[in-house]
Write a protein that binds this ligand. Structure first.
Ligand code: SF4
Length: 393
């Protein structure tokens, strides 16, 4: 059948030729293969903290096939691609929070039907940590719904006991307790805390549309206190808040240009909670989520990229694409704070089917805490990563 004229013109203008493995557009002569920034990222021998926002934008906007391929390549340079860390997050103090985070079921400003509680007893928390460990988790995270730690001396004392107990089981211990100052960060470090989670959530520009009760700079101050105390920083974002691609780039730019990359970067997909201002939003599309994970892996090559809230909505195949692209930690168990979570058994089957295994605790370079022998396939990589990290730009 003869082609109509416009279709013919479309085809001829799209004719491309190969040159030394790079597909080029005949009309423009511009390479549509890897962007410059992407190629530079692949060639970089060590993590960089001098990324420009333009470079990250270029990486983020590369064709998805090039982007994910580059991310996979970098992931394999810095990590054991089969090891996924299993973490369990327990809500140790539910609801009643004074903050106005528009996505959160635990804010006292929204009617979400959640009943507020006091801090859980230490024994109950340690029982939950034991169950998590028996089921393969190597990191136990404890979250409390409040603004900050001011005037919470008794709570802090109990939380320190929880941290000591969790560490006593050989697990990595992480807490998320809102804003903390330098003294509190030091106390938590002395109690044996491995990491402190405090998400930046989104870009600096979009942030005021989501939260008004504390500023972006206050969040960055908490990260500084955590870092200065010698704790590992866990800080990531939430996708699907209504932010643009540029906001996701902005978030990646902020975290990748901190004085040191966070040890952990959680990627959450908004789980809309009825009663909150964002309760009617749809989940972010998978391609945008994958794009963000891939870009994160590229600009934060040694960081653990943590697939967090919203994973329960992904198919097995989508999760595996995330793992291939650089995500190497998941939250597993009954609940993730107030949202549903993929269960231990479900994850065990997923790992078995696709050839992944749980990462050991403290298996990664630079993570403070007891040294645990590297697992199969990790030993050489560990040495190599240490050498690379020593060359940080
Ligand atoms: S996200 Fe944290 S700080 Fe914000 S309202 Fe929820 S519990 Fe409070």
């Amino acid at each position: 059948m003869a082609l109509s004229m416009p279709r013919k013109r479309l085809l001829s203008s799209a004719i491309q030729y190969r040159s030394y493995g790079t597909v080029q557009n005949a009309a423009s002569g511009i390479s549509i293969s890897s962007s410059n920034a992407l190629q530079k990222a692949i060639a970089a021998p060590a993590p960089r903290t001098n990324w420009t926002r333009e470079e990250i934008k270029e990486i983020y906007n590369s064709s998805l096939s090039e982007l994910t391929h580059a991310a996979t390549t970098i992931h394999r340079q810095f990590h054991d691609p089969r090891a996924i860390q299993m973490c369990t997050l327990m809500n140790i103090k539910v609801g009643g929070c004074s903050e106005d985070c528009s996505y959160c079921a635990q804010s006292s400003r929204y009617s979400t039907g959640l009943k507020a509680s006091k801090l859980s007893p230490v024994d109950a928390v340690l029982d939950a940590a034991r169950i998590a460990k028996e089921n393969g988790s190597t990191r136990f995270c404890m979250g409390a719904a409040w603004r900050d730690m001011r005037g919470r001396k008794t709570n802090l004392r109990n939380i320190k006991q929880m941290i000591e107990g969790v560490r006593g089981m050989g697990l990595e211990a992480c807490v998320t307790l809102g804003m903390i100052d330098d003294v509190q960060a030091k106390e938590l470090k002395d109690a044996g805390l491995t990491a402190y989670n405090h998400n930046l959530d989104t870009s600096r520009e979009f942030y005021p549309k989501v939260i008004t009760t504390r500023s972006y700079d206050e969040r960055l101050n908490t990260l500084r206190h955590v870092r200065d105390a010698g704790l590992n920083v866990c800080s990531g974002g939430i996708l699907g808040l209504g932010e643009s691609d540029d906001d996701r780039v902005g978030l990646l730019h902020t975290v990748s240009t901190l004085p040191a990359h966070p040890e952990s970067f959680p990627v959450n997909a908004l789980v809309p909670i009825k009663g909150t201002p964002l309760g009617e939003r749809k989940m972010i599309s998978f391609d945008k989520m994958l794009r963000t994970i891939a870009a994160a892996r590229i600009v934060l090559p040694t960081t653990i990229v943590r697939l967090a809230a919203g994973r329960v909505s992904l198919t097995d195949e989508q999760q595996v694409m995330c793992f291939q692209t650089g995500a190497n930690a998941v939250f597993t168990g009954e609940k993730m704070l107030t949202t549903d979570c993929n269960g231990f058994e479900t994850d065990r089957k997923l790992f078995e089917k696709w050839g992944y295994y749980p990462m050991r605790s403290f298996a990664r370079q630079g993570l403070s805490g007891a040294e645990v022998p590297a697992q199969e396939g990790m030993k050489d990589e560990k040495v190599e990563v240490t050498e690379r990290a020593a060359m940080t730009v």
